[in-house]
Structure formats: structure tokens, C-alpha cells
Design a protein around this ligand. Structure first.
Ligand SMILES: Nc1ncnc2c1ncn2[C@@H]1O[C@H](COP(=O)(O)OP(=O)(O)OP(=O)(O)O)[C@@H](O)[C@H]1O
Ligand SMILES: [Mg+2]
Length: 363
């Protein structure tokens, strides 16, 4: 068990952790989520003492890791950390990377370290790769080796800080699968992630971090479906709903396309639907609305539901009643119809945004 009491961490220009108090139970798998800069990495680094807390206590079992007399080497043996970047030794083979820490730090024999290393490589799906060097592996494979290396020290607690965020999207799944398997083994884990479906599927508990600490602590169902506090609600809503606001002709088109990509990535929207959303956005805004609106104000809202993989894009715009879909012979409308399965136009009562189009994105 980890018990954190009045933990505070100050940096010269920021106080990410003001007063953190929490108990983490054996076997808890905790997803740590929240906006950037709210101290998620700082919390993990304080727990394994890569950072020194300004005040407060962190008990791991009956050892106070904040006590200056505590042996940091021992603490870090109990706690493995997996980072965004893998930090494998480039001059050693994969199996050597995994064998060396337990031989050096736990005094294991070469044979023992080898047997255990091979077992772990099989576990992360890389049994054939022991004799390769890290630069012969893909990013996803390197990260799986890094996880195996962490496990080789047989830690009681595993801390993972955005373990998949440096990976090419095609490799995220294989690493997430390894982490999910690990989560089922009953190890205590804390994982910082921005991938919410993943967070939800592996954890039994979620910390939403904000305002200097753990702002809301609950089950995944609570945090994702029924958050109790204002900031959590806003954060979760923003994840689920993407809003793109255009107030002038000189808007950042490429920025918005990459916001769509980002949103789709976080919500694990499949590549085909992502492409359809981008196409629907581009055709509607660039080719159908901007050429005809005098002083354009366009608000686009994208909502995706992972249950039925349904994405809906609603576009609100100003000006007189104008149904762009009536221009049915226009090439853009034809292109648009390749990305959406249904288009409805509605004239609204809203003074500013008289026009609304709702599009169901093709799957
Ligand atoms: N070594 C440091 N020196 C000074 N300030 C730091 C240091 N590390 C973090 N900070 C500051 O502390 C705050 C919290 O940083 P932290 O990295 O914990 O955030 P985070 O929640 O992990 O964010 P992200 O989601 O972007 O990774 C930030 O304002 C950051 O600038
Ligand atoms: Mg971080």
C-alpha cells in the first residue's frame, strides 16, 4: 500500500502539487488523467523519488520514502518506472538490456537472469528478438523491451508515464495490449495516459488531476460517465466533444485538421472514420460555406460514440437561410456524400447562427 500525506512539490515557477492526500491499495490499477501541467508526472516522480518532495510524506508499505535516511536504491527496486522514451542501452542486445539490472542490483546469476529475461520476452511477444540491438527494433518493440526490463526487477509497483505517447499510432495497440495483460496480474500500477478508452479499460480507479492535486478520485465509470466535480466534467466533455470555432476567413485550417486528428486519436476513432471526418470538415467549410458567407462565423461540433462507432458532425453558421446541400450537382457535395451517410439541414431560431447542418459520418 502507498499512503500519501500532505504531499507538496514546488518548483521555482510552479507548484504542481499543493496538498495531495491519498491511499493506494495493493492491486490498484490507477489511471492518472488531467490537463497538461497539472503535476501527473511530478506525482509519479515524487513517489519513486526521482524528485524530492518539498513537504509531506509518502509511505510505501511501512517505509517512508521521503525520509532522507531511506535507501533510494531499495525503493526503486520496489518500484519500476516506464517512461515515454525507452532509454535502452544501444550497445547491448535486447536480452542483455533485460539481464543486466537484476544481475547488478539483485545479484542474480547469469543463468537465472537469462531464463527470466527470456520468459519476459515471450510475455511481451518478442521471444525471437533477444539477440537484436535496440536500433533494429520498432518503437513499439523497444517499448515492450523496456517494459520487460522493468519487470525483470520484479517490482511490487509499476509506474508508467505516458508509455505510448512517443509511439507511431500503428504501434500503440501492441504496447497497450502488453500493459493490459500486466494490469490483470494483480500488480499495483499507476499509469499516466491521455488515451481515455485505454485508461478506462485497464483501471479500477482514476485520478483526475487539477488545481494542485487529485481533484477527483473515482471508478472509471464515475469519472468518465458521471463526474461529480466541475473541472472533471469540463475535461471529460472536451474529450468527448470537439468544438472548432471559425470567426474569420483567416482561420488556421491545418491547425483544425490536426485538432480533428488529435481528437480522433484520443478517442481511438478508426483511421477510415477519422479520414471521413476530416473530409466532411474540409468540404463543408472550405468549399461550400466559406465561398458564400460574407463574414463567416462557423462553429463545428464533432461527437463520437465508441459504443456504436458513430460520429456526428454539426455545423452552425451565420448569414441568411442557406442550405448548401441544395446545390446537389456541385462537385463538393458529391465529395461530401462520399464521407457522410446522412445530411440534414435545419433553420434554427438562433439569431446569430440561423443555419445548422447535421451530418452522420460514414463508417
Ligand atoms: N524540473 C522542473 N523544474 C521546474 N518546473 C517543473 C519541472 N518539472 C515540472 N515542472 C513544472 O511543474 C508543472 C507540472 O509538470 P508535470 O510535468 O508534472 O505536468 P504533467 O501533468 O505531467 O503534464 P503533461 O500532461 O504535459 O505531461 C508544470 O508547470 C511544469 O512546468
Ligand atoms: Mg507528464
Amino acid at each position: 500500500m502507498i499512503r500519501i500525506e500532505h504531499l507538496r512539490k514546488e518548483y521555482p515557477n510552479a507548484v504542481p502539487l499543493e496538498d495531495v492526500n491519498v491511499e493506494i491499495h495493493d492491486g490498484d490499477v490507477i489511471a492518472v488523467i488531467g490537463p497538461s501541467g497539472t503535476g501527473k508526472s511530478t506525482l509519479l516522480r515524487c513517489i519513486n523519488r526521482l524528485d524530492t518532495p518539498t513537504a509531506g510524506h509518502i509511505w510505501v508499505g511501512d517505509v517512508d520514502v521521503t525520509d532522507p535516511k531511506t535507501d533510494l536504491g531499495k525503493i526503486r527496486q520496489k518500484m519500476g518506472m516506464v517512461f515515454q522514451s525507452f532509454n535502452l542501452f544501444g550497445h547491448m542486445t535486447v536480452i542483455e538490456n533485460i539481464m543486466v539490472p537484476p544481475m547488478d542490483l539483485l545479484g542474480k546469476s547469469k543463468q537465472e537472469a537469462y531464463d527470466e529475461g527470456m520468459r519476459l520476452l515471450r510475455m511481451v511477444g518478442l521471444r525471437e528478438r533477444g539477440l537484436n540491438y535496440p536500433d533494429q527494433l520498432s518503437g513499439g518493440q523497444k517499448q515492450r523491451v523496456a517494459i520487460a526490463r522493468t519487470l525483470a526487477m520484479d517490482p511490487e509497483i509499476i509506474l508508467l508515464d505516458e508509455p505510448t505517447s512517443a509511439l507511431d499510432p500503428t504501434m500503440v495497440g501492441e504496447v497497450q495490449a502488453v500493459i493490459s495483460d500486466l494490469a490483470k496480474t494483480g500488480k499495483t500500477m499507476m499509469i499516466v495516459t491521455h488515451e481515455m478508452n485505454f485508461a478506462r479499460s485497464i483501471s479500477n480507479r482514476v485520478f483526475y488531476m487539477d488545481e494542485g492535486g487529485i481533484y477527483e478520485d473515482g471508478t472509471p465509470e464515475q469519472i468518465f460517465d458521471d463526474p461529480q466535480k466541475e473541472n472533471t466534467r469540463r475535461f471529460i466533455r472536451k474529450l468527448k466533444v470537439l468544438e472548432l470555432i471559425i470567426e474569420s476567413r483567416n482561420y488556421d485550417f491545418h491547425g483544425m485538421v490536426s485538432e480533428i486528428e488529435n481528437y480522433c486519436f484520443k478517442n481511438q476513432v478508426n483511421p477510415k472514420i477519422t479520414q471521413h471526418i476530416q473530409l466532411a470538415f474540409e468540404e463543408t467549410i472550405q468549399n461550400l460555406l466559406l465561398p458564400v458567407l460574407k463574414s463567416p462565423k462557423i462553429h463545428t461540433v464533432v461527437e463520437y460514440s465508441s459504443d456504436d462507432e458513430k460520429a456526428v458532425m454539426s455545423v452552425f453558421y451565420n448569414g441568411d437561410r442557406y442550405d448548401h446541400t441544395e446545390k446537389a450537382d456541385d462537385l463538393s457535395v458529391t465529395v461530401l456524400k462520399s464521407a457522410v451517410s446522412e445530411i440534414t439541414y435545419v433553420e434554427t431560431d438562433n439569431e446569430e447562427f440561423k443555419n445548422k447542418i447535421v451530418m452522420t459520418i460514414k463508417q
